[in-house]
Design a protein around this ligand. Sequence first.
Ligand code: SAH
Length: 369
Amino acid sequence: MPSSPESGSFRLDHASLKAWLLELDPESLQALWAEADRVRRTCVGDAVHLRGLIEVSSHCVRHCLYCGLRAPSAGLERYRMEAGEILACAHEAVRLGYGSVVLQGGEDPGLTQAFIADVVRAIKQETPLAVTLSLGERSDADLLAWRRAGADRFLLRFETSDPVLYRRIHPDLPGIPSDRFAQLRRMRDMGYEIGTGVMVGIPGQTWDTLAADLLRFRELDMDMIGIGPFLPSPRTPLGGAGASTFQAPPEQQVPNDELTTLKAVALTRLACPDANIPSTTALATLDRAQGRELALLRGANVVMPNVTPLPFRALYEIYPGKACLTETPATCQGCLENRLRSIGRTMAKGPGGRKSTLCKDSVPCDFHH
Ligand code: SAH
């Protein structure tokens, strides 16, 4: 873990991070964008890693106040993909030149230990893909079985580092306290590459909380860090009529806007120089014209194009109006290639794990850990 919280002339202690998050001066922000882009280029290079996202199940036992897939969401048609359907998506990802797939879903006990282990084993046997799981909070027995079956990585956002806000927006299952930090540590010990992240602008999230989130990424030495704006879903308490009651006082409440999200992405790049940082779908949803590109120009180096079959994709409604809802995987790939070319970036080949990044040895780098 890095000892001094600085990047070049950028101080990265709590007060400085908070000040940067609040910064509005265009010249200062230009300097932040330029530094984040420089560190990104030096430490992880120009190639953008593409992870094919497979939304394997929309069933969920949780009652998270932010997510449209929450168990109480009425009138939502639920699905769970079959093993053959998931494998077909993985093969499609290979055809499109992607180096890894992410199997994401609600917290769904119907995705049994054996089912996921078999799917992971088959993907690893039949393709060269790295496999990332993003299936919520699961037992150590499940996580170990999946690791043994060949899963390489696990994404579990801690959502917010404020324990009081976390408990409010992410209620425990009866009798089982939720501790995502503990699960992240255990997964690291099991040999997974670990990803986490937060939403920007959750009702009740203050500037101090978000600054603390960014410091937490650094302390945890995360391999992957996803940051997207909170997008209200009318199916949820945080997106419904009473949502304003959850807000922090106006001078403290973080807005769920593009500028704040981009600042959080840029500061995360400075704090975690060699992490893999995606340009998130939530940001692309907020700014369809150039959200993807702006994040890639301000620190991000990963995109997760959706390879879920269209009928399922529409049902995986975490929030409404998701970007790229109607594009086939092939169209999506073409669109991305154009977008990357327009900003002078290339599609990476291969699985794109953190350890293969430039920062470690091949390029002299002043951000060495
Ligand atoms: N069930 C898994 C996967 C959840 S979806 C899990 O809980 O880890 C992945 C991420 O989408 C979540 O971690 C959350 O940060 C984000 N998300 C959920 N609801 C959202 C919303 N309304 N707006 C923006 N992002 C949201």
